[in-house]
Structures are given as C-alpha cells and as structure tokens.
Write a new protein. Sequence first.
Length: 97
Amino acid sequence: MKNQNKTTENGGENDREQDGASLKKKYYNVSFYLDWCKACGICIAFCPKQIIKVRKSGKPYIEEPDLCIGCRFCEIHCPDFAVNVKDRFPKRRKTDV
Ligand code: SF4
Ligand code: SF4
C-alpha cells in the first residue's frame, strides 16, 4: 500500500517534467543602486532568506545570490527605490525567434 502511493507521486512528477512544466529552481539577480541607498537596513533585516549582508558603510550586498527566492520584499520595501530584482534567466517564448 505504501509503495503504491510512492509510485503514484513519482509518476505525477515525471508527467509534469515531460509536459515541460518548470520544476527547476529559478534564479534571480538582485542589484543595489548604492548612490540612492541611505543604509536604513530594511532590506537586510527582512530578507526571508537572510542573504542580504551589510558592508562597513552600512549599505547592503548579496552574499549568496543563488539562495534568493525572488520574493522582491527588498525591492518593494526599499524607501529609496535602490533595489532591483530580476529573473536571472528569463524564459524565451516558443514563438521567439
Ligand atoms: S528578493 Fe526576497 S529573497 Fe531575494 S534578496 Fe530580496 S528579500 Fe531576499
Ligand atoms: S532598504 Fe534600500 S535604502 Fe535601506 S539599506 Fe536596503 S537598499 Fe539601502
């Protein structure tokens, strides 16, 4: 009985992979316009993955960019519009040449 359930779950995943549905991890680029940043620390304090670290100047940098989940909390809450989050590898549409 236990094996039957396992087989069903795995079968579902394989189907989704074959259908081309994305099960792959997405990656993001997070950049800071440091001239605009006033080092308030909001992005550093509230990043859910805690990957935004602080420089000696008090301004942020990303320590492990591959761990970013693209939630855009940092971008949305920055009071100085100093953060930009982008898909690292934007998908191309099938109709793109
Ligand atoms: S997008 Fe989210 S996870 Fe990525 S650096 Fe900003 S707050 Fe952190
Ligand atoms: S939230 Fe904006 S202004 Fe505040 S530290 Fe982060 S980038 Fe700088």
